[in-house]
Design a protein around this ligand. Sequence first.
Ligand SMILES: [Zn+2]
Length: 161
Amino acid sequence: MKKRQRMAIQFAGVVLLMGLVTACKQSPEAEEHAHDHHDEHASVLASFESSVEDVLEHGATIQEAFESDSPDAAHDALHIIGHLIETLPELAVDTDLSESDWSEVKSASDQLMEAYGHVDAQFHGVTDGPSFADVKPTILQATEVLRKLADKSAAAKPQQP
Ligand SMILES: [Zn+2]
């Protein structure tokens, strides 16, 4: 039961990521870059908490790039954050959080993936999609949900001796 659910979560994550990665395929350089990051994450045992922290960090980089009028500085971070967000639902299942918390992680991750997917699309020729400012409220709200759940998961961990 648990395994089946985990596979379902994993599958949904892959489908969503395809959107972001497909958008990036128009730039071979970007695709190669994305693959680098994928390999990196596959070989490193990241925790849910540390991955959320990375999402917050790259999210801040992206926001700063757009708000300081240098959006090009956001592109690398967008690819990195896409791969980080992809791993969150599965990492959450390995925490002591409840099943309803896992669902919250899943829906917040979906919202972030969609929002950042729109932002990334701007770098791949989409000119009539939502702007960063359009998706910013969604990003801030979903990021806050993840931050709270990461704190909750850290607090639920057994104390190290
Ligand atoms: Zn891109």
